[in-house]
Design a protein around this ligand. Sequence first.
Ligand code: FES
Length: 107
Amino acid sequence: MAKITYKHPDGTETVVEVTAPNTVMRGAKLNGVEGIVAQCGGSAQCGTCHVYVDEGNTLPLPEMHEAEDDVLYGTASERRPTSRLSCQLPVSEAIDGLVVHLPPTQT
Ligand code: FES
């Protein structure tokens, strides 16, 4: 289980506990976190689960694969160096305390 913090563009935040083998995207959907659309259901095709990993993050996240990189070029909100697809971030105890920022829009 990992505690994940989703920071919204208006400055508020939602903190939820997510169990493996879910993803950061799935954790948002299961807990009704606004701001994650996830139209493709997690197959790294839609880009509507875009998040910005907190700049101070030191937790181990998987390397970005080519498909994720390609999709991130087409997201509705600007791509930044910290951009990731939350459906490609698996939850484990190793990322307990992860903070992600939600973009202004996903579509
Ligand atoms: S849910 Fe579609 S790319 Fe992540």
